[in-house]
Design a protein around this ligand. Structure first.
Ligand SMILES: Nc1ncnc2c1ncn2[C@@H]1O[C@H](COP(=O)(O)OP(=O)(O)O)[C@@H](O)[C@H]1O
Ligand SMILES: [Mg+2]
Length: 198
């Protein structure tokens, strides 16, 4: 992070990123990280450098979505600052960043018919997308279509943040080999194997 270009992630309007109300408060500074600081720092660093991030773990409620949202907002705060226009607007619009529930998006893509490719084009027009709860109760077709989307994120240099309620082994087995390779080449992967803090 270059501190000269860093603006607070609290200046963000998370609803413009499609973040559901229950996650709009999520930031790194309100996440208790005693004992897991190194792993949270690796997420922060990945967010700021526009790297892909995958957060895995079967325990629910221990902060995968919290960190995914915090990462997307931090990426926005750090990477969209436009000092040359600071008197007008300091950041690019929040709606270049977008939260999706992966299951809902999978169903939408599955039923998109001939609009599938234009829908994918519309999604990869974002700077960064978050796919929350990937792989849960998903049909094979929905998963195939999300894999195409992931591939397009790579081609279009879209930052991708994924959460999945799976172990690393389950995640590996759930994806096509070439997509998994792509994810492993580009993503910082963090296993949320701790109990909820605080
Ligand atoms: N270490 C923590 N510090 C602060 N809040 C936390 C922490 N872990 C979880 N939470 C809060 O608990 C709730 C559930 O966490 P969430 O990110 O939805 O878990 P997951 O996506 O892993 O199921 C959220 O409101 C989140 O902000
Ligand atoms: Mg979650």
């Amino acid at each position: 992070m270059n501190p000269a270009t860093y603006n607070s992630d609290h200046e963000c309007y998370p609803h413009k990123m499609g973040i559901p109300p229950e996650y709009q408060h999520c930031r790194f500074d309100n996440f208790r990280s005693e004992g897991i600081k190194a792993r949270i720092n690796s997420i922060i660093q990945a967010a700021e450098s526009r790297s892909w991030i995958v957060m895995l773990g079967k325990t629910t409620g221990n902060g995968k979505t919290h960190n995914a949202v915090a990462a997307m907002i931090r990426s926005w705060a750090v990477n969209t600052y436009m000092p040359e226009y600071s008197s007008v607007r300091r950041h690019r619009p929040e709606d270049w960043y977008k939260y999706y529930n992966a299951r809902k998006l999978g169903v939408e893509l599955e039923n998109a018919g001939i609009k599938f490719s234009s829908k994918v084009d519309e999604i990869v027009d974002h700077t960064c997308i978050l796919l929350d709860e990937f792989g849960r109760a998903m049909s094979d077709k929905a998963r195939d279509r999300l894999e195409i989307l992931i591939d397009e994120c790579h081609s279009n240099r879209v930052q991708l943040i994924i959460t999945a309620g799976m172990t690393p082994a389950e995640f590996n087995n759930s994806l096509d080999g070439s997509i998994l390779r792509r994810i492993k080449d580009h993503a910082v992967m963090v296993h949320f194997d701790w109990k909820r803090q605080g």
